[in-house]
Design a binder for this molecule. Sequence first.
Ligand code: GLN
Length: 436
Amino acid sequence: MKTLQKLKKYLVEIKKNDKSGKKINAFLQLNPDAVEQAKKIDSKKKKGKLAGKIIAVKSNINVKGLNASCASKTLENYKSPYDATIIKKIKEEDGLIIGMTNMDEFACGWSGETSAFGPTKNPQALDLVAGGSSSGSAASVSAEFCDMALGSDTGGSIRVPASHCGVVGIKPTYSSVSRYGLIDMCMSFDQIGSFAKNVFDAGLLLSVIQGKDNNDSISQESKKLNLKEIEKTPKNITVGLLDFPISDKKIQELIEKRVDEAVRKYNWKIKKIKIPYIDLAIATYFPIVYVEFFSATRRFDGRKYGKRIEDVAGPEVLRRILGGSEISRAEHHGRYYHLALKAKKLIEEEFAKAFKGIDCIISPVVPRLPHKIGIKISSEEMFQYDALTCPMNIVGNCAISIPAGKVENIPVGMQIVCDKFEDGKMLRIARSFEKL
Ligand code: GLN
């Protein structure tokens, strides 16, 4: 289908169900130049890899001329003066940006409810949260508003909403995708990645955005993804089934059933694995996030970019700013931040050991079902959302969420984790599950 035709189809659906009808609230801004840009793409003789693909972008990524608000009043009127490196790459391959998506404010959250512009509804279960923080990106793919989307994942923000909305979401290996132009939340963990309706399309978008960029000093070249290879079911795979207490037994049963099916069909091996210290992941993750987020927000002092963050941000953002400023005080250094860095090292070592005997680690993405929009849940319950995803940000490995089926008619995602820079292998394993 031509880009323009496809764009029009999606715009009709958005008009019907984003702010009216089902009121998904996935978008914060639509690209006013999309129609013109679609015509241009269609008129080209030689088209790029993403020609015909309509892509939504999380509102913490700079797209020239559009509003990267981070779903915060702080940056409500900030118009991006430049394209992030990944946006440049997408445009060079003729991908069309349809608009900027809703999210938890400054990517701080689990459910999409901390957005200053209202929560995103889960298109698969309208009274439930879409999951966060990339709530609008996952929902826009799930609601048939676009083909693909970009998100950022610091502790689970791509995989969690992908799981709840029933789409594919990839958090690539740390440092394999440039973050130049991403409004950072926590530099040690932030990673940009892709959403799509299937593994191939999510891989296609990743293949365009990955690679070293001199503007992101930690970025590295990785093995180029060969999309044809995705179809090849890998042989001699040993699946490490993660032994982790899952409060919702039905979720665990569903994942184990899917793993069993794959192991039988493809003659793979299965090994139950325990990863020591994985239970420390949340306690390790937050001190580091608080300190780095506090530091990142110091530029929002009202002088250059919009409003002063402390004047307008919501309680979750303020909590992290306060927490980060406390933890980073000189007298507390050794007690929290440095201790967290030590624990990070321990967890990294355990993952490296585990990967000596297995090809991938499989678990649910989220150990619980999404909650109803607006109900109050405790912080402990909230932290549960990324108990299984944030360890992968701590160690930097690649991880993907793919739909595994439904529990109580709500989508449940399976997480497949591979070793660093094994994103290609991870996609092949994920595709093998998709083919079942
Ligand atoms: N839920 C986690 C947090 O609030 C992860 C967010 C993210 O990945 N951006 O920190």
